[in-house]
Design a protein around this ligand. Structure first.
Ligand code: HEM
Length: 483
């Protein structure tokens, strides 16, 4: 049943709604087709429930920024809630509804991440430490062809683990491998065929279908995070925080029983949120970066020239150097645009009866920001459908960021880890390109740039050839024969 004044959409059938009209492997092409037919706001039915899809910059800005309060809720009764949320009073931050508790947790999370950027053991140092591990693995593979999937997942996971637990794991560590695998698997189950089926047909929820796997995996992940918390509590010294857990425990102690939203259950939920969101997103963006750099060797070479010029005589890159590297910045942003890492954002919900571009949306309507549609929207980009760093360069060759660049979403729910993610992408890409050249193997076949759909999209698995750059003399000694 379509409420009065509701956005238009395809006719739905009872019980399953529009389910059979969507390609459940990836609904993105269907969403684009429906936008052409019905406009930038339309509605589909998943089961008996309407989902309103927002497309294009204008609708996104109108809802998420101009009417931010009305559109910043989160649905509470979808498969993802049932899978991730073990306790009602501890929703964490990603899936928390728009309320005081979410505000407190989010503010604390932002502050804590920011404070890690200060002091001696700054965020930048932590990332650079991880880059040394990546470089070691790549050095072992010079002249060889390797699959980089695990490497970048391990590295991204390790950076967030340094913040959460002050731990940098070896790449064959069991704890780390467990989480990387949980995140890879669940990211595909919680957005795709299985969540749509679960959310459409409640009757099927108890059958042994793949969504049960997601439930089990998240439960296991939470148990391990709880273990981490229990262990760290034994050595916690109030007022001397070593990592995120300690900061949270300090806050909890400070607040006492003040009725705020802080609790150990919330902390465990927060750890999972940051660990998950911090691993899959950055890893898949990096994988996309290498995929494009290999297949656009001129772009790779131009980055290397810029890097060599700016870093001449320096030991290592610093995040400040980005201001002198407009082309590298453009390439990284273009990679993010093409990676389209979180295509449908995290689902939103209206917090009250509201209106959007002439349509009425009752309180509690599920709203899906189709970020993917903005990242390739015609009229917003010089080359909307191709890889072209010029999308981010003006006529003077200076870096600029078009308004339609929103891989982190916009508005009050904008990605909490944006600053960290951008720092990671810059430091990692620059350091790797300074030392290595990445080459698409001769027997690599035609590259396929279409990502595999999920909450986070993944480039199709590929192989890369690692070459040491000729300019790096320290590792590239020439043999001089003795006469
Ligand atoms: C390239 C990397 C990343 C991308 C593309 C990305 C993208 C996104 C998007 C699209 C959202 C949903 C925003 C919305 O609901 O409108 C989000 C939320 C979030 N992200 Fe990220 N993210 C990235 C990295 C990270 C990292 C490294 C962290 C952890 C430190 C993180 C933590 C979060 C959290 C906690 C939220 C929930 C915010 C809230 O609901 O208030 N993300 N991210």
């Amino acid at each position: 049943h379509r409420p009065k004044g509701f956005p238009p959409g395809p006719r739905a059938v009872p019980v399953i709604g529009n389910l059979l009209q969507l390609n459940l492997e990836s609904p993105l092409a269907d969403f684009e087709r429906l936008a052409k037919r019905y406009g930038n706001i339309y509605c589909i039915f998943i089961g008996s429930r309407p989902w309103v899809i927002l497309n294009g910059l204008q609708a996104m800005r109108e809802a998420l920024v101009n009417k931010a309060v009305d559109f910043s809720g989160r649905p509470q009764d979808l498969m993802v809630n049932h899978a991730v949320q073990m306790k009602d009073h501890a929703p964490g931050v990603i899936l928390a509804d728009y309320n005081q508790s979410w505000k407190e947790q989010r503010r604390f999370g932002l502050m804590t991440l920011k404070n890690f950027g200060l002091g001696k053991q700054s965020m930048e140092q932590r990332i650079l430490a991880e880059i040394r591990q990546i470089t070691k693995v790549l050095e072992e593979n010079i002249g060889k062809t390797m699959r980089p999937q695990m490497l970048f997942h391990n590295a991204a996971s390790n950076i967030i683990c340094q913040i959460l637990f002050a731990k940098q794991f070896d790449y064959d560590d069991k704890f780390m491998k467990y989480f990387v695998s949980v995140f890879q698997k669940t990211s595909k189950i919680i957005n795709g065929r299985w969540n749509m089926i679960y959310d459409s047909i409640p009757m099927l929820r108890y059958l042994p279908l793949p969504f049960q796997i997601a439930f089990k995996l998240f439960k296991g992940a939470k148990e391990r995070h709880l273990q981490m918390l229990t262990e760290n509590k034994k050595t916690w010294v109030p007022g001397k925080p070593r990592h995120f857990i300690d900061c949270y425990l300090d806050e909890l102690k400070k607040r006492g029983e003040d009725g705020s939203s802080f609790s150990e259950d919330q902390l465990v939920a927060f750890l999972l949120d940051l660990h998950f969101a911090g691993t899959e997103t950055t890893a898949n963006t990096l994988l996309t970066a290498i995929l494009y750099l290999m297949n656009y060797p001129h772009a790779q070479e131009r980055c290397q020239q810029e890097i060599d010029k700016v870093l001449d005589g320096k030991d290592q890159v610093s995040y400040e150097d980005r201001h002198q590297m407009p082309y590298v910045q453009a390439v990284i942003h273009e990679t993010q645009r093409r990676a389209d890492t979180v295509p449908l954002s995290v689902f939103h919900k209206t917090t009250k009866d509201t209106e959007l571009m002439g349509y009425s949306l009752p309180k509690g309507t599920i709203v899906i920001p189709n970020l993917s549609s903005v990242l390739s929207e015609e009229g917003q980009w010089k080359s909307p459908h191709e890889f072209n760093p010029e999308n981010f360069l003006n006529d003077q060759g200076e870096f600029f960021k078009p308004e339609a660049f929103m891989p982190f979403s916009i508005g009050p729910r904008v990605c909490l880890g944006e600053a960290l993610a951008r720092m990671e992408l810059f430091l990692i890409v620059v350091t790797l390109l300074r030392t290595f050249t990445f080459v698409w193997p001769e027997d690599g076949g035609e590259p396929d740039f279409t990502p595999v759909f999920g909450t986070t999209q993944t480039p199709k698995p590929y192989r890369m050839k690692v070459q040491l750059r000729e300019t790096d003399t320290s590792l590239n000694q020439t043999y001089i024969p003795i006469l």
